[in-house]
Ligand binder design. Structure first.
Ligand code: CP3
Length: 346
């Protein structure tokens, strides 16, 4: 039996260099896997897949069985939080997520009192996962960062530049901050409930951090995540937190110190010199271009070697720089794992 603190991903999150580094991939459970598509076809809709523990446990475990990743990530979605707030969330085939766009006036009447009851099946999934996973596998919980979740709640859908949310923040600054505050508070509670159900560590996905100017990055991305980290630290000390602010560029340099996260997620555009500087202060996670999982071959090998050369000498959780796409070839995941795990021998 491996104790939680001895799991490889946990050792790296505590700042230790482990070589070859442990590996998991963002969105590792998903449509690129035929077994996921099969299970998905048995669920009524995507949210039913998230809220049915039998199915959610199954799809979480699929990539662990097939590839033996060092971490499993709870199968759910960042949009279960707006769903718990009754925003009429639905996932439409070919369109992506939709929900009712929220008005400035409606923000004051958002009611989170039913959240834990609404999400009880997610906590049940986490509990079952911890008992079914191999003892050496880290179990990650997650949620969206308030800014990223707010972009969907305001636009009612995914947008290329998050213009609706940025405009809303300009036109209704008080209501917007109220929304971010509420999301920060309930998202921290949500992560604490995942931790209590058995998550070893948690990741906060700020997938749309990259569209924010400096002042907005500080107010909308850093501030709310910092408050979440403070709450989780106070309530559940010692549980590692990974912060992934995709596309944050130069603003990533101070992300660890300004938010308090233990590990900084790096997307594939982060230059190697910057990535190394960030790693001097602690663990990093990333940052292979996800398209290499489609391309494969020598390009994939070279990409893996570059990440290992740049970041393999310090605390690294090997990952992609964003989620694996439906077009990825599962064979390329095997190739990646063999390349990373064989690196000790080369
Ligand atoms: O990583 C994992 O394996 C765990 C599961 C997970 C999903 N979504 C499953 C999912 C995680 C961690 C997420 C996070 C998520 N969801 C983010 C942040 C990370 C990122 O990728 O930027 C965001 C922005 C979302 C919102 C979301 N959910 C979108 C935009 C979409 C549609 C786009 C798409 O890829 O289809 C989803 C749906 C979704 N979430 C799918 C999966 C496997 C595909 C839906 C399906 O199977 O039909």
């Amino acid at each position: 039996m491996t104790k939680a603190s001895e799991r490889k991903v946990m050792r790296v999150l505590a700042g230790e260099t482990v070589f070859p580094p442990p590996v998991w991939l963002m969105r590792q459970a998903g449509r690129y896997l035929p077994e996921y598509r099969e299970t998905r076809s048995r669920a009524k809709g995507f949210l039913d897949l998230c809220y049915t523990p039998d199915l959610a446990v199954e799809v979480t475990l699929q990539p662990i069985r097939r590839f033996g990743f060092d971490a499993a990530i709870l199968f759910s979605d960042i949009l279960v939080i707006p769903d718990a707030l009754d925003r009429n969330v639905r996932f439409v085939e070919g369109t992506g997520p939709l929900m009712d766009p929220i008005s400035a006036d409606a923000i004051a009447s958002l009611d989170a009192s039913g959240m834990h009851a609404h999400l009880a099946s997610v906590y049940e999934t986490v509990r079952r996962l911890r008992s079914e996973l191999p003892s050496e596998t880290t179990l990650l919980g997650f949620c969206g960062a308030p800014w990223t979740v707010a972009t969907y709640m305001i636009a009612g859908r995914g947008t290329p530049d998050q213009a609706p949310a940025r405009l809303f923040a300009m036109q209704h600054p008080e209501a917007f901050m109220k929304l971010l505050d509420l999301l920060a508070e309930i998202s921290a509670d949500y992560l604490i409930a995942q931790i209590d159900a058995g998550a070893d560590a948690v990741q906060i996905f700020d997938s749309w951090a990259g569209v924010l100017g400096e002042r907005d990055f500080s107010r909308f991305a850093i501030g709310p995540v910092k408050r979440m980290v403070e709450t989780i630290r106070k309530e559940r000390p010692g549980v590692p937190i990974i912060g992934f602010a995709k596309g944050a560029g130069a603003m990533l340099n101070s992300y660890r110190s300004s938010t308090g996260v233990d590990c900084v997620g790096l997307d594939w555009t982060v230059p190697s010199a910057q990535a190394r500087e960030i790693q001097k202060e602690g663990a990093v996670q990333g940052n292979l271009d996800p398209l290499l999982m489609v391309a494969g071959g020598a390009a994939l090998d070279q990409g893996v070697d570059e990440v290992l050369e740049t970041l393999g000498h310090g605390p690294l959780v090997f990952n992609l720089g964003h989620g694996i796409t439906p077009q990825a070839d599962p064979e390329n995941v095997t190739r990646l794992l063999n390349r990373v795990r064989g690196a000790g021998q080369r």
